[in-house]
Design a protein. Structure first.
Length: 291
């Protein structure tokens, strides 16, 4: 089964659909195609699954589409393959998926899989990276802007930093000493990189039963520049990383919040816990060394 988000990433999906159809025909596979509309997609996918019982569901879209399919299939034993086609494809980046359609089709239809964790945040699921603060504010601005893709993200990042609000105060509790600090941004991370390729959580492993809280206490242009160039400032007071399976975050003011690239309004309380091994996802086969 192929689930296509026609509007993700503002990219025409016809080439992807044609390539997937040709690939399936060549492999003698019956391919059922579903185009999302934003209306009853989860329910429609469940009906199609019950009708056809596919072994794999291939998703042509971004992180939001993948998460929607994963949630629809949470009670079923099905492998999800990914054809990256969103504005930012964070999960695909973290899985080291290749850049060509042909290679991704091979992986999505045939390769091995891993069982990755999800994170529950106030009862909502996250498969990748969610955050409070500057980045969520940038996503809010991006969603209301007219330029899509990496240029759109870059422009909104600069605009958001220029209009930066005062930092918020966060109190974070869990099975670790309570933290109370000023922060510009708190990332709830199940993986390492944003879809733009920026590494925010060097410790991220998607199937270890843990998530990381990455607390960015300073987000001036120097620190942001280090992060964008892949040099997380881990050796000073600008960043603190906590690895845990449960945490509670309270902020002194409502703070912009996003889950997997989707703006979710403002929050003052986050109840966070890991959901181990929630989703089977196709991955590149490991390179075996020939001796």
């Amino acid at each position: 089964m192929l689930v296509v988000n026609p509007i993700s990433g503002a990219v025409d999906k016809s080439e992807l659909i044609d390539a997937a159809t040709v690939f399936a025909d060549k492999e003698n596979l019956n391919l059922v195609i579903y185009n999302t509309s934003g209306i009853s997609d989860s329910e429609n996918i469940k009906v199609l699954y019950d009708t056809y019982i596919p072994k794999r569901i291939i998703v042509a879209g971004g992180d939001g589409t993948i998460k929607m399919v994963a949630e629809a299939m949470e009670t079923h034993d099905v492998i999800i393959g990914i054809l990256p086609a969103g504005s930012a494809n964070g999960l695909a980046v973290d899985l080291n998926l290749p850049s060509t359609i042909e290679e991704n089709l091979e992986i999505a239809f045939h390769n091995d899989f891993m069982e990755i964790d999800m994170i529950s945040i106030n009862g909502k699921k996250s498969i990748h990276l969610s955050d409070l603060g500057v980045n969520a504010e940038m996503i809010k601005n991006y969603e209301s802007g007219s330029i899509r893709g990496k240029w759109g993200y870059a422009l909104q990042t600069l605009s958001t930093l220029i209009d930066l609000d005062d930092p918020f105060i966060a109190t974070i509790t869990g099975d670790f000493p309570t933290i109370e600090c000023e922060a510009r941004m708190i990332v709830i991370a199940n993986s390492q990189k944003y879809g733009t390729g920026v590494s925010i959580n060097p410790n991220g492993i998607m199937d270890d039963g843990k998530f990381e809280l990455v607390i960015l206490k300073n987000m001036d242009l120097l620190v942001l520049g280090k992060i964008i160039t892949g040099n997380m400032p881990l050796d000073n007071n600008d960043v603190e990383i906590i690895s845990t399976d449960k945490a509670f975050v309270i902020t002194n003011i409502p703070v912009s919040f996003q889950i997997d690239g989707e703006y979710c309004g403002t929050e003052t309380k986050l109840n966070i816990e890991i959901l181990p091994k929630q989703m089977k996802v196709a991955i590149p086969n490991p390179i075996t060394e020939i001796i």
